[in-house]
Design a protein around this ligand. Sequence first.
Ligand code: AQP
Length: 329
Amino acid sequence: MERKIVYSAIQASGIPSLGNYLGALKNWSKMQDNYDCIFSVADLHSLTVRREPALLKKISRNMFLLLLAMGLDPQKNIIYFQSHVHEHCTLAWILNCCTYMGELNRMTQFKDKSQKHSDNINAGLFTYPVLMAADILLYDADFVPIGADQKQHIEICRDIAQRFNKIYGDTFKLPEPIINKNGARIMNLQQPDKKMSKSETSGTIFLFDEPNEIMNKVKRAVTDSDNKIIYSQDKPGISNLLNIYCSAKNISIEQAQNFFADKNYGQFKTIVAQAIIELIDPIQKKYKELAQNKDYIDKLIKIGMEKASNIAYKKLDKVKRKVGLVKHL
Ligand code: AQP
């Protein structure tokens, strides 16, 4: 039986957060045995926010290493840099011409990021979902494992694909999002009404944090004063920590609530912090090991590019034919 295709990407916009890991990356490694998986470091997406070039280069390479460190096997999966496969940009342009301004205007991420970067509301930020649609559609992905914040972008990707198929004939597969039950939306520890983001320094746990930093961050997490460890909309701080714990331990909220029933907030926070430390520790160790081996990593970067380009080239060729572009000889 033909294996289903999984595609996902992570922006090179900082050190990945615990939210990135529990919401998306953890799922990636679980899928590699049962699907044909393609994962990219979305470095072109990172340009939508102005960054120091040397820093972007460093963050992007670190991200690639981290994907390997968390257990993605470069033999089983295609792991590559988005900017190494030029077909992404060409397809994004073609899809831009099938996307309405009104649709893009409704994207909540665009609204949030425009507020956050009001000095640089660029066209790339606005058309970000179209490039993301191109990423996914180039590889005929069946499934896209993501955090809840990206759901709207998969919906617009499907709308664009459907529109294209209707105008030009069947070309693109319609991808389905895969969103974890636990961990789909990890919140900022200091502002539990706000998503945890890797570009936010306060209230974010980073995958490179030292154990004592993690312990301190969790201990300082905003909670409430009623000392009940239960999951409730009225208790965003406690609910977020419960969610993190469940996701790290792969247990249900009910199981976690029972486990913490006789604990106070201090004990609760210590146990949650320890669970995070245990989760991250093997990734950090593997990362340090890989960082020593530059030639090996360079080789993998090249292999990833070649494998991804091979698929993307054929798909783009088909799209170009469909829309009526003259084939180059
Ligand atoms: N807080 C979160 N909880 C669960 N999942 C999350 N994801 C991001 N934040 C959370 C998921 O991580 C994957 C990679 O995300 P991305 O880097 O491509 O873009 P993003 O959603 O914009 O992530 P950040 O951390 O918030 O980045 P910045 O700070 O640069 O904007 C996605 O599947 C996402 O859903």
